[in-house]
Write a protein that binds this ligand. Structure first.
Ligand SMILES: [Zn+2]
Length: 277
């Protein structure tokens, strides 16, 4: 079960070779793998305690600009489904807020539970949501490639958005409709003209803290921006997530659920907030 999670959902298909090498190293040296995931001082995800977060009036609103034509494909990587973007241009970027540079969108993906009482990786005062969206960006001013940024300080910026059950999300439905084509692990399907801005809540208040990838290599290179307000999506849409499979075609069917990492200690970090409470 543990090694299923080695297939990283923060990376893309072109990073698969690197991840496979990492996978092999970990298989050969389980001891070092255990050390790696437990040895950090700024691991993610965490429980955000709103009363212990610090209001920082210097935090400006995030500036988010996505170009729907950069959207390329969906990939079932055996842990989540990644919606991957062309990051060779400067069209889909995020800046401002806690970020000193502009960061290019690489991919987005979700984490979700088998039941509605679990699924999100971050929690707010221990409140769990049934799903959480991660939009993964890399620092295109300091680094030449995503692979370089992933192992570097200030390399990545991930926007987290909670999903709660409610009204069907119209923007998300185009993505949901495409999911049957990536039911099995390792499958991909072309997916174009999608604007992830439709999944950003209208209220742009957020928490921010320094953390890590929640999937291997779990490098501590992430500036997390967790949006305070959730978006709503429908029961049927969550069911479509759960109908995906961890397993490749021809193997025993195992539904893709509970693909979240356990929470990590805050240690000496401070969570900053755009507004009080
Ligand atoms: Zn994630």
């Amino acid at each position: 079960m543990k090694y299923k999670y080695m297939l990283d959902c923060e990376t893309t298909a072109i990073d698969l070779v690197n991840m496979t090498l990492f996978f092999l190293v970990c298989l050969l040296d389980q001891q070092s793998w255990q050390t790696q995931i437990q040895g950090g001082s700024r691991q993610s995800p965490i429980d955000i305690r709103s009363s212990e977060s610090v209001h920082d009036p210097q935090l400006t609103p995030l500036s988010i600009s996505y170009d729907p034509s950069d959207c390329l494909q969906i990939w079932n990587n055996g842990y989540s489904f990644l919606v991957e973007f062309d990051d060779s241009k400067d069209n889909s970027v995020v800046s401002g807020g806690p970020l000193e540079n502009h960061y290019k969108l690489k991919q987005f993906h979700f984490h979700w539970g088998a039941e509605n009482n679990r699924g999100s990786e971050h929690t707010i005062n221990s409140l769990v949501y049934p799903a959480e969206l991660h939009l993964v960006h890399w620092n295109a001013e300091k680094f030449r490639t995503f692979d370089e940024a992933i192992f570097s300080e200030n390399g990545l910026a991930v926007i987290g958005v909670f999903l709660k059950l409610g009204r069907k999300h119209d923007g998300l439905q185009k993505l949901v409709n495409a999911l049957p084509a990536v039911k099995y692990k390792d499958s991909t399907v072309e997916f174009s003209n999608f604007n992830p801005s439709c999944m950003i809540p209208s209220c742009l208040d957020y928490w921010t803290y320094p953390g890590s990838l929640t999937t291997p290599p779990q490098t501590e290179s992430v500036t997390w921006v967790i949006m305070k307000k959730p978006i709503e999506f429908g029961d049927d849409q969550l069911s479509a997530f759960r109908s995906l499979l961890f397993t490749p075609f021809g193997e025993k069917l195992e539904n893709m659920v509970d693909n979240f990492r356990q929470q990590q200690p805050l240690m000496n970090r401070v969570v900053r907030a755009t507004i009080l409470q």
